[in-house]
Write a protein that binds this ligand. Structure first.
Ligand code: 5GP
Length: 193
């Protein structure tokens, strides 16, 4: 998606360890007009699919999922990372290795919010090694709900997650896919490449 690619080129910066910082518009300070366009693009890409819930993980995914949800007219569930007294009753849990923090964490979703007849779209900000998506997909499977697909804002195509998730037959739609050329320069993968 050209609008997002241009913004990454203008304001994104690469840090050591392959971490792309986009905190001026996506996951710290948030450009709502831009994210609104991302939401519309997710709606366009998943048009015609039956979707009853959007699932994301706290914290960065929440704002993006909420803006997108206005175009799908469905509730957003966000998997919680912290155990809390508010999280009562039966919960689904899955263990995720964090790419940015380098440690394992547990994600939790209340069983009452995911039913077996739900058709779930996962939305998140980044896709790197795919561990966050695998954890969210595991929770959908535990609920015997249906996974419709995954909508990602920025996929780092030079990491393994995207290829693995696609190899499972999942409809993975990434609005910008970043590859590295032979000189280590960032290039965007063209759609359908
Ligand atoms: P994965 O589980 O696919 O390895 O990593 C995805 C998660 O790690 C995303 O939810 C995102 O929060 C974080 N993440 C992965 N790579 C980056 C990155 O380059 N920049 C930022 N800001 N977050 C990232």
């Amino acid at each position: 998606m050209e609008l997002l690619e241009k913004r990454i080129l203008k304001d994104g910066t690469f840090k050591d360890g392959g971490i792309l910082k986009v905190d001026s518009f996506l996951n710290h300070q948030m450009d709502i007009e831009l994210i609104n366009e991302l939401g519309k693009e997710f709606a366009r890409r998943f048009a015609g699919k039956k979707i009853t819930k959007i699932l994301t993980v706290e914290a960065s995914g929440i704002g993006i999922a909420c803006i997108a949800a206005q175009y799908f007219h469905v509730p957003v569930i966000f998997a919680k990372k912290a155990q809390s007294k508010n999280l009562d009753g039966d919960i689904y849990t899955s263990s995720v290795m964090s790419f940015t923090h380098g440690q394992e964490y547990i994600i939790r979703v209340s069983k009452k919010f995911l039913e077996s007849d739900d058709c779930v779209l996962i939305i998140d900000d980044f896709l790197a090694n795919g561990k966050a998506l695998i954890g969210l997909m595991d929770i959908i499977e535990q609920a015997s709900a249906n996974l419709v697909g995954c909508g990602i804002c920025i996929e780092k195509g030079f990491q393994e997650g995207g290829a693995y998730i696609r190899s499972l037959g999942v409809d993975l739609q990434s609005l910008a896919i970043i590859d590295m050329d032979e000189n280590g320069k960032m290039v965007f993968r063209k759609e359908n490449e």
